[in-house]
Design a protein around this ligand. Structure first.
Ligand code: UDX
Length: 432
């Protein structure tokens, strides 16, 4: 099928690559000409396992083209996926300007029936807005349908999640559009959830809000574990065996970051407020998440007495492993607070350092965890990269000025730390 993708950020790029891989004829566009130029040279704008190989293969085999001309891309596809950014405004409301601009462009340039699919995370009722804008701006008598097809991919596993999703949600009031969408997704073996446009839009926000709340829930339990002497890993394991709870997303830590949970949970609170509902639960979720970072900084201060003039090694900067994304990464807040109190920071991350250098100043970036550890008064783990789980802890101990590890991701066994002769402070577990 001929498909167009407008906007090649995380969602658009993964969608374009996977739909091409499934045999479709894809043309993808972005207003960022530099990005398009790079993509055409095989240079990916983001680090995402498997993406580069998939893009290169499909470009080579002529199923995937990148252009910077929206007019051309609108002419190409019978189905147009809108994957442009929906960033937060100053008050956390969703900025829909880019989606609306694309809707106008589609209206002005479509010459035949199109299925217009919005994939970016948007407030409920955006589908109606898109429909209205297109109806008002369309210049020729051309028919179209709108579908909401939210994307649930996670960064770091974007390709895998797009190829093997838990479910595919498509919302539309048009049977014809749904039949076309079913054909596109036919090669993917996943349950199809067909709903109204509004329900599909809400499924995305509600899912992210639920997952964020699950994380804040276990982080609250971690606090109670710390105060009572229980162990949050044991509690989470015991809870997770109940199928209704499930063991996923029960890792206590320094809280969620990334571009989705922090922004989407705030946006959902605003959406509810605009509809006349005070979303107290989600507000608490966000507050607890902010607390986790503050509590971690306090743990560092308490363990060291004070941080002024102390050398602190930080391992992990991205908001989670397998991505170079630094947006709303807890590391930014934590490092900022420690620098403010006079600490000297040496940091290492396997892939996020280039992006981190644009955000973090007064930090020395190191070539590996060992260089960061050299002479440090404490070692902090802020992202659970496998590299840190597997590093030579004997070597780390010999390099540290004092063998203190403060772990915001609970990556080590308490007994291994004890045996290794470390002073080890983690989240929701006893200090050793
Ligand atoms: C999330 C959703 O999972 C995805 O469905 C949606 O489309 C976009 O937002 P992503 O932001 O890539 O994806 O990351 P995810 O793996 O969900 O993790 C989000 C944050 O929660 C990370 O900062 C992670 O460290 C944190 N997290 C996750 C925890 O603190 N504990 C957990 O148990 C799980």
């Amino acid at each position: 099928m001929k498909i167009s993708v407008i906007g090649v950020g995380y969602v658009g790029l993964a969608t374009a690559a996977v739909l091409a891989e499934l045999g479709n004829d894809i043309m993808a566009a972005d207003v960022d000409e530099e990005k398009i130029k790079c993509l055409n040279q095989g240079i990916m704008p983001i680090f995402e396992p498997g993406l580069k190989e998939m893009v290169e293969r499909n470009v080579r085999e002529n199923r995937l083209k990148f252009v910077s001309d929206n007019k051309k891309v609108i002419g190409h596809g019978d189905v147009i996926f809108i994957c442009v950014g929906t960033p937060p405004k100053y008050n956390w409301e969703t900025e829909l300007k880019y989606v609306e601009d694309v809707a106008v462009e589609i209206a002005k340039n479509m010459k035949s029936y199109k299925v217009i699919v919005h994939k970016s995370t948007v407030p409920v009722e955006t589908g109606d807005k898109i429909k209205k804008i297109i109806k008002e701006s369309v210049e020729e008598d051309v028919d179209f349908d709108v579908v909401s097809n939210p994307e649930f991919l996670r960064e770091g596993t974007a390709i895998e999640d797009t190829l093997h999703p838990d479910r595919i949600v498509m919302g539309s009031d048009s049977k014809k559009a749904i039949e076309i969408m079913k054909k596109i997704y036919d090669p993917i073996n996943a349950p199809l959830i067909i709903t109204s446009v509004k329900s599909a839009e809400l499924i995305k926000h509600a899912s992210n809000a639920f997952l964020a709340t699950k994380i804040s829930f276990i982080n609250s339990v971690a606090r109670i574990c710390e105060l009572s002497g229980a162990d949050v890993e044991e509690v989470a394991e015991g809870m997770g065996y109940d199928k209704r709870v499930s063991k996923h997303f029960l890792n206590a830590g320094i809280g969620y970051g990334g571009f989705c949970f922090p922004k989407d949970s705030q946006a959902f609170i605003k959406i509810a407020e605009n509809l006349g509902y005070d979303y107290k639960l989600l507000k608490a979720t966000n507050e607890i998440n902010d607390d986790q970072k503050r509590i971690f900084v306090d743990k560092v201060k308490k363990a060291l007495g004070h941080v002024n003039g102390k050398n602190i090694a930080v391992l992990g900067l991205s908001f989670k492993p397998d991505t170079d994304d630094m947006r709303f990464a807890p590391s930014v807040y934590i490092i900022g607070k420690l620098l403010e109190k006079g600490a000297k920071i040496k940091a290492y991350d396997p892939v996020a350092m280039d992006k981190a250098k644009n955000i973090l100043s007064n930090v020395s970036f190191c070539k590996d965890p060992y260089e960061a550890s050299k002479g440090a008064d404490a070692l902090l783990i802020l992202t659970e990269w496998n590299e840190f789980k597997e590093m030579d802890l004997k070597k780390v101990k010999s390099l540290l000025k004092s063998p203190l590890i403060i772990d915001g991701r609970n990556i080590y066994d308490l007994s291994a730390m004890e045996k290794g002769g470390f002073r080890y402070i983690s989240i929701g577990r006893k200090d050793v």
